[in-house]
Design a protein around this ligand. Structure first.
Ligand SMILES: [Zn+2]
Length: 338
């Protein structure tokens, strides 16, 4: 259930959309709840420092970045150059940021970036990127220079959260003001290669907790009313409004269809409040929103959205869906370089 509701009509509306809405989606036009149910802050007032501290105190580690991610990266040192591209110093501990780089890097080839864990709680983004590196990257050797950052926001991976400890969303922070160190470190990693990227795929999930926790938290943080939405059941992609590449997106959708189901449009022909432009594809303005997928300026860019809470998708399928999207996207981009 999304939140405390104030009358029966709202209760019914919320139950009707219980499986439904968040994410990576900033805007949505839905019913407006008359009461901010989030336990931190004052309805209608944006959080200040004390509310952020209060929120941070509720965050506890639930899994280990070193055990789950760094050890897998270490196991790939024979096949990739491992770059430590940044370091985060938080009260919970220090986090080394790693990227995997093709060993046979060739300046005559185009570059491709794969990112996961920009939202740390979106598990298949992290493990899909690692699976691609371990089992599929070799198929692209000699054709493209790969740069893979599997877990951009490791503190949030451990806490199973969207934000960093400052209650800042890294996937709204790829902007000149550099409000999140996680995002700033990745910006610095790719900056020397700007203009040379053919492709960037940023791996995400849309989860039930988006609607039950993260969208209410966002509304509370910003002093705005929480507007219930719907979580789509299935995989979808977000293309760039300012650089749409419909054939590229469709090639990825077709590949993922063989692994898991694609999210249907809702009764408004939308997914998370945005018009569906083709099967399983919506568009966001990447740069204006400060999204990670804007970081390279590549011709081919996409944000994947796996739905891990579907009764019809296992964790392995979620990882495989991420890999299928990356592989199909790379094949399409390499076949259509200009
Ligand atoms: Zn996300």
């Amino acid at each position: 259930m999304a939140a405390n509701c104030v009358n029966n009509e709202e209760v019914a509306a919320t139950i009707a959309t219980e499986r439904g809405a968040t994410l990576c989606a900033p805007t949505r036009q839905r019913r407006t709840m008359t009461k901010n149910a989030y336990p931190i802050g004052t309805p209608g007032t944006a959080w200040g420092e004390s509310e952020r501290v209060q929120w941070l105190a509720t965050q506890k580690p639930q899994r280990s970045y070193v055990e789950d991610v760094v050890k897998q990266i270490d196991a790939l040192r024979q096949r990739f150059e491992v770059i430590e591209y940044g370091h985060l110093d938080y009260a919970a501990g220090g986090y080394r940021l790693y990227a995997l780089k093709s060993q046979d890097w060739n300046d005559d080839l185009p570059c491709a970036l794969v990112t996961g864990g920009v939202h740390g709680y979106e598990t298949s983004g992290v493990h899909g990127a690692l699976l691609f590196a371990a089992e599929h990257a070799q198929a692209f050797a000699g054709r493209v220079n790969l740069l893979i950052a599997p877990c951009v926001s490791p503190w949030a991976y451990e806490m199973i959260h969207r934000w960093n400890p400052g209650a800042v969303d890294p996937n709204r922070s790829f902007r000149p003001e550099r409000p999140a160190p996680e995002s700033a470190a990745l910006m610095d990693l790719v900056a020397p290669l700007k203009g040379r990227f053919l492709l960037h795929i940023d791996l995400h999930e849309t989860t039930d907790t988006d609607e039950s926790e993260f969208r209410p938290a966002l509304a509370a943080r910003d002093g705005k009313p929480f507007e219930p939405g719907e979580i789509p059941d299935g995989f979808y992609l977000v293309d760039d409004t300012d650089n749409p590449q419909p054939a590229f997106q469709q090639a990825m959708i077709e590949a993922v269809t063989k692994v898991t189901h694609i999210a249907p449009a809702d009764e408004h022909n939308q997914i998370i409040g945005s018009p569906v432009v083709s099967t399983g594809v919506i568009r966001y303005p990447f740069t204006a929103l400060g999204l990670c997928a804007s970081v390279t300026g590549a011709r081919y860019t996409s944000t994947t959205e796996v739905y891990p809470d579907s009764p019809n998708a296992t964790p392995a399928q979620c990882n495989d869906a991420q890999v299928a999207a990356v592989c199909a996207g790379l094949e399409y981009a390499l076949a259509h370089p200009a």
